[in-house]
Design a protein around this ligand. Structure first.
Ligand code: TRP
Ligand code: ZN
Length: 875
């Protein structure tokens, strides 16, 4: 037993077997109490496969009281209660099992199972939290209907919620109860219960087929004025899914609850989504424009899960990307349709590069369908979610929009109500289109970001262009000698006049062609190429690969000024900027541009002065790649050299364009506080301009920046100004931080921003400040949002402050991980990633970081969650 705890055993996909028994109906009775909640479950079990007559249930973190089989008390001789199982011997093929147990919500700091947040009861069951509530077959391929009765004190819990429809309620003295029924069979991970003092914002939606759906968002009374945006996003999502995928909501009630203690973003429980407050609450005074977008995206994501996740669910947790990759793809598409498709693509690729590429190149690299895990919670990763979404997007690139829709339709037609695999999804896509997707399946099994190289030769006499593409997939832990993948490469050839030429490839003449790279090396010939072209490759980032091209600096400048694919236009600038910064940092990987920022500055000036470009796109064109993305491009990096080089280039840009930044700032300042796209776009560019002005001549601009802070009528402008002031050593900094605290001390989400800004600032010795804030009366490590706002902001988003030469940043993070691991293993495990980068850092960073990782791994009693990440990161 002890050994098993010290070295958690991996679970393998290849070991999957179908369950012997399934549960068809589960009736749950909750008597809520903070110290001792009693749960009585009655489950109808049925044999569905051959095997022993022993029922093995999952269960932990509760006190077992007794069990009855078909109404008869089970004697101790017929049961075995283990550390995390309950076995019942000699069971018939069909029976009802009643189990009584108690648990203590108040002491549940892991935030999985039944716990208390802000005085209210709530549950989180994905992935394996249901087993902390009652003994059950806690696996996604066991799907049952549920009936749930909740009873609690009327005054403490006026609101009692569970999945599905409310069917009865009543009261007795100081207690009351409510009964809920969910008619749709679901896996246990989608069960939810919420009870407490909450108030609802209510709205209605009529589906395409005429169903009247009541929509509720439950929050604390103080937050009722922050729900409008989430509600609008929900209605827009419902409409969008009808229009784009023909998918309608299937119950008469859709409830959302916002809770402040939550390990992740939100949870798609059937008919009762539970959200981190961060992704629900927003108004112009408390939320930035970015926050508004995040709320919209997460609301959509959870809503879309109703079909991709709930109606069709996962057979086992290895298939997680089946629902997550697909649902992220769907929320990305929704946001693209609600706002700007080009900007959304830039955002999504930026976060893929910042979050997923390092994972794919590091010790935790895994395919989007992992083949083993120790703790499933560790596999809710950027790879499963974001690379998974890119893989779904490639089906669309391969099959076209209509073909993709046909595949989706067939997927639902075949699998509604089932628990299925990623292979089932791929088969539906293939069968609906008569396509061969055999090789495409490698995207599910091979880890690592494919590297694609592109060269070309132009024959002016023949007017042909030969494009040579090659690919290789790097080795990753446990995987070598990989096979070539299917890589869609959207390609256009730009003529000297700056527009794409209509050229012929494979018999078709068009301005853009979809090339399929399927071999290690391949050549593609275009004809009718009238003048020397500049190829625009991998347009809209048509595959999640690292592309290196034979583009000269001149080519990049050309594309950055002319490409009509917004992503590639931005990409050309990013690539130029990376070259210049990496060269300045002395990285061997730097190519081309040298250290002269003039070319880059020219590109930015052109963008700023353009009449055609949207201000928000101009803002993107002027932002340098972040340190973490730059570090990712270097095999072994000196983080401080990269930070210094980037900062130097930023200063050059600030100085060279100083009058233009000032002018842009004032031109963009008239937008007021409106939340429409135009006003938001202007704010974005204004605040990028403010950043450059403060980088160039902070002392000349600080008063104006402070004025923006004090006069702001919206959080975007206030926070942008505060963020700039925070980098300085000025009285304005002190005053602004103090004023912000006074204004927002009782608004948790806004106070999180106050912590983050200080943890992320670029002053010397930010660690000392972080340590002081750790002692602040408003700091609490128990609240994941607050913990991440301080410790996470420092370790993930402040490379300058974190990568200290004395290693104190790493030591601090290790201390924090160890401290939080005991109460919240999921949160602790997610904080280890920054320490997993040691192999790719230069001395002394490398050895200092490794030593801290060893300290975490060796900590006695470390959770299974953290043990898996720490030991794999050292291996
Ligand atoms: N299924 C959730 C989503 O992506 C993710 C999630 C919410 C989760 N809470 C969790 C995953 C807790 C693991 C543990 O929408
Ligand atoms: Zn999800």
């Amino acid at each position: 037993m002890l050994d098993a705890q010290l070295t958690p055993q991996p679970i393998y996909l290849k070991d999957y077997t179908a369950p012997i028994f399934t549960a068809t109906h589960i009736s749950l009775d909750f008597q809520l109490d903070p110290q001792e909640t009693r749960v009585v479950s009655k489950t109808r079990f049925e044999r569905i496969n051959a095997g022993p007559a022993t029922l093995v249930l999952n269960g932990s973190h509760q006190t077992f009281e007794g069990a009855k089989l078909d109404g008869v008390e089970i004697p101790p001789s017929q049961m075995a209660l283990g550390e995390d199982t309950l076995e019942i011997f000699d069971v018939p093929d069909r029976f009802e099992l009643e189990i009584s147990s108690t648990n203590c919500p108040e002491k549940n700091t892991a935030l999985t199972g039944l716990y208390i947040s802000g005085g209210n009861y709530c549950t989180q069951c994905e992935a394996e939290g249901f087993r902390r509530i009652t003994y059950s077959l806690d696996r996604p391929d066991v799907m049952a209907t549920y009936a749930v009765t909740i009873s609690a004190k009327k005054d403490a819990c006026p609101v009692l919620l569970s999945n599905g429809n409310p069917i009865a309620n009543g009261e007795a003295g100081e207690m009351h109860w409510a009964k809920w029924e969910d008619p749709f069979p679901k896996p246990s991970y989608l069960f939810a219960l919420v009870a407490g003092q909450l108030e609802a914002v209510t709205d209605h939606y009529k589906t395409a087929s005429g169903r009247e759906v009541t929509l509720n968002i439950y929050v604390r009374k103080e937050d009722l004025d922050k729900c409008d945006h989430a509600m609008l996003a929900l209605k827009n999502s419902m409409k969008w899914d009808e229009e784009v995928f023909g998918l309608e909501y299937d119950l008469d009630l859709y409830n959302i609850v916002a809770v402040s203690d939550f390990n992740m973003g939100a949870m798609e429980n059937k008919g009762l989504n539970v959200f981190n407050t961060r992704y629900v609450l927003a108004n112009k005074d408390t939320a930035t424009d970015l926050d508004f977008d995040l709320v919209e995206g997460v609301i959509a994501h959870e809503y879309f899960h109703n079909w991709t996740g709930n109606r069709v669910t996962c057979r086992d947790w290895f298939q997680l990307s089946l629902k997550e990759g697909l649902t992220v793809y769907r929320d990305q598409e929704f946001s693209a349709d609600m706002g700007s498709r080009g900007l959304k693509r830039i955002d999504d690729v930026r976060s893929l590069r910042a979050g997923q590429f390092p994972e794919d190149a590091g010790p935790m690299a895994h395919p989007i369908r992992p083949d083993s895990y120790m703790e499933i919670n560790n596999f809710y990763t950027a790879t499963v979610y974001n690379k998974g979404a890119e893989v779904v997007r490639m089906y669309e690139a391969l099959l076209g929009k209509d073909g993709f829709r046909k595949g989706m339709d067939l997927y639902f037609q075949r699998h509604d109500g089932q628990a299925v695999t990623c292979d089932d999804f791929r088969a539906a896509m293939a069968d609906a289109n008569g396509a061969d997707l055999e090789q495409f399946g490698l995207w599910y099994s091979q880890a690592g970001t494919p590297q694609v190289e592109a060269t070309w030769s132009y024959d002016a006499a023949a007017q042909t262009l030969e494009l040579h593409l090659s690919q290789s997939v790097p080795d990753t832990p446990g995987q070598t000698a990989k096979k070539p993948m299917v890589i869609p490469v959207r390609t256009a050839l730009f003529g000297q006049d700056g527009t794409p030429m209509a050229v012929t490839y494979a018999g078709a003449t068009a301005a853009e062609h979809r090339l399929m790279l399927t071999q290690a090396k391949q050549s593609f010939t275009f004809s009718g190429v009238e003048n020397t072209p500049v190829p625009s490759l991998l347009r809209a980032f048509s595959a999640p690969v690292k592309l290196s091209t034979a583009h000269s600096d001149q080519d990049k400048i050309f594309l950055a000024s002319h490409d009509d694919d917004p992503f590639n236009r931005w990409e050309a600038m990013q690539s130029l900027a990376s070259d210049i910064i990496l060269a300045k940092a002395g990285a061997a990987e730097a190519t081309g541009a040298g250290t002269d920022a003039a070319a880059l500055i020219g590109v930015m000036k052109n963008a700023l002065e353009s009449d055609a470009l949207d201000p928000a796109f101009k803002a993107e064109m002027c932002l340098l790649p972040v340190d973490n993305v730059l570090m990712e491009q270097v095999a072994v990096s000196d983080p401080q050299a990269i930070v210094r080089a980037r900062e130097a280039i930023r200063q050059d840009i600030a100085a060279a364009l100083a009058p233009l930044w000032e002018q842009t700032y004032h031109e963009m300042a008239g937008g007021g506080d409106a939340l429409d796209r135009t006003a938001r776009s202007a704010r974005r560019l204004k605040n990028v301009a403010l950043g450059y002005r403060m980088a160039g001549a902070p002392m000349d601009v600080v008063a104006e920046c402070y004025l923006q802070f004090t006069d702001a009528g919206n959080m975007t402008d206030a926070l942008a100004a505060l963020g700039q002031l925070a980098h300085t050593d000025t009285l304005e900094r002190t005053n602004a931080l103090a004023a912000f605290y006074e204004t927002w001390r009782s608004d948790a989400l806004v106070l999180d921003k106050w912590f983050s800004i200080q943890a992320g600032c670029l002053r010397e010795n930010v660690l000392a400040q972080v340590l002081r804030l750790l002692q602040h009366p408003d700091f609490s490590a128990k609240n994941p949002n607050r913990f991440r706002s301080l410790v996470g902001a420092y370790a993930f988003a402040n490379p300058k402050g974190f990568h200290r030469r004395d290693g104190a940043g790493y030591r601090f993070l290790a201390d924090q991980i160890i401290a939080i691991d005991e109460s919240n293993p999921q949160l602790a495990a997610r904080m280890i990633a920054p320490l997993g980068k040691w192999r790719r850092l230069a001395k002394p960073y490398c050895s200092d970081m490794k030593a801290q990782l060893e300290r975490v791994a060796g900590h006695p009693g470390l959770s299974k969650d953290s043990t898996e990440i720490a030991t794999k990161s050292l291996a």
